[in-house]
Design a binder for this molecule. Structure first.
Ligand SMILES: Cc1ncc(COP(=O)(O)O)c(C=O)c1O
Length: 368
């Protein structure tokens, strides 16, 4: 294996493939690592879309993490059912999703639910639904700080939304949300870009406070910016998600000390030619959403040429001279995008510190 961690599973013969495997000790180590990077967990609001698992959420809570971010009502329900009391759905509720969020607030009256929003009519509808259900939901304005995916423009338009939210029954104005998925590169240029980007939200916070509205939170960043925006005055929390399992997409781009904690176990199902192997990990087995290379294979040498990729097949050409594995051999794959990989599975095979599969965790919040 080409990693300094030995990912070999002793009883892998008992695991049907393709399978998602999670290394419990490495998850625990990543939780410690992020606590070290952020001087504790007070300012961390991890996004749980990467793992979607009650068992992992519990590990995060046991370590002292008290607030969470998620994308879907299903993830929010998982968090509330497992004892989280501060749950932010970083996704604007529209249509019937509004009712689902309000239902959650009704069912879990001990939990503070927060959502993000950038659209006045949708925010008004949320307010009406909250009033009808006699619940209160926190709203953070999603500020577009450069990604151009969602969000209100910083400055005056966001101030106007703050005034609106502050005036509506059933809602509390909780502050601003700024996700920086557009930040590229690594090192100082990456950090500078992330800081410049979040500064737009921090300046907006000041403008909102200047009109007399309290703006308690600025929740910022994913993995591409959290270390930088954590240092910015006026940012109250950072919200990366992928750090929990890590993947090669980020691992090859960003120099963070996280380790891969979730792999896909695959097997060779055919060897159509001397230099060709077909694995049982197609786009229904590992990150359907990324270009080549779709993964790194820990126990295959040389550069892999990714050929046909179907739902359950991945044809690969090996480099000349590389010993071809046999049909049935296990190949350990590190996903390029672990979040979309996890979502393909109902459960994860959990590997203990001795390298044995000993338990299975449900991926409770897969889907929507
Ligand atoms: C709104 C939001 N916040 C936080 C994250 C977490 O980011 P990352 O996966 O880069 O850690 C994401 C990722 O998609 C996101 O969309």
């Amino acid at each position: 294996m080409s990693s300094d961690i030995d990912y070999t599973i002793k009883n892998v013969d008992e695991i049907p493939s393709p399978a998602l495997v999670v290394y419990k000790d490495i998850v625990a180590r990543n939780i410690q690592t992020i606590g070290g990077l952020l001087d504790g967990y007070d300012r961390l609001r991890p996004h749980i879309k990467t793992h979607k698992m009650s068992a992992v959420a519990k590990m995060e809570m046991d370590a002292g993490i008290t607030k969470f971010k998620c994308a879907t009502p299903k993830e929010a329900a998982l968090l509330a059912a497992n004892g989280a009391t501060d749950v932010m759905i970083a996704y604007p509720p529209v249509g019937p999703q509004t009712r689902r969020v309000v239902d959650l607030a009704q069912i879990h009256s001990n939990v503070t639910f927060r959502v993000i929003g950038d659209d006045a009519p949708s925010i008004r509808l949320l307010s009406e639904a909250c009033v009808d259900a006699d619940v209160s939901i926190g709203v953070l304005i999603d500020v577009n700080t450069g990604m151009n995916r969602t969000g209100a423009p910083p400055g005056e338009p966001s101030v106007a939304l703050a005034k609106l939210i502050d005036s509506l029954d059933g809602l509390t104005f909780d502050g601003l949300h700024a996700y920086d998925g557009h930040v590229k590169g690594d090192g100082e240029p990456r950090q500078t870009k992330a800081k410049e980007s979040v500064q737009l939200a921090v300046d907006t916070r000041k403008q909102i406070e200047a009109v007399g509205i309290d703006c308690p939170y600025v929740v910022a960043s994913g993995s591409k910016g959290f270390d930088a925006t954590d240092e910015v005055d006026g940012v109250t929390e950072v919200s990366p998600g992928t750090w929990i399992f890590w993947d090669t997409g980020y691992g090859e781009a960003l120099a963070f000390p996280f380790s891969w904690a979730a792999l896909v176990v695959s097997r060779v199902i055919s060897t159509p030619a001397d230099d060709l192997i077909t694995l049982d990990a197609g786009n229904k087995g590992i990150n359907p959403d990324v270009p080549v290379p779709h993964f790194r294979a820990l126990n295959l040498d040389g550069e892999l040429e990714f050929l046909v990729r179907n739902e359950e097949h991945q044809l690969i050409r090996l480099e000349p001279g590389v010993k071809r594995p046999n049909v049935g051999d296990v190949i350990y794959l590190i996903p390029k995008h672990v979040c979309t990989t996890v979502n393909l599975y109902d459960e994860a095979y959990v590997i203990d510190s001795d390298g044995n599969w000993t338990e299975t965790w449900s991926i409770d919040a897969r889907g929507h």
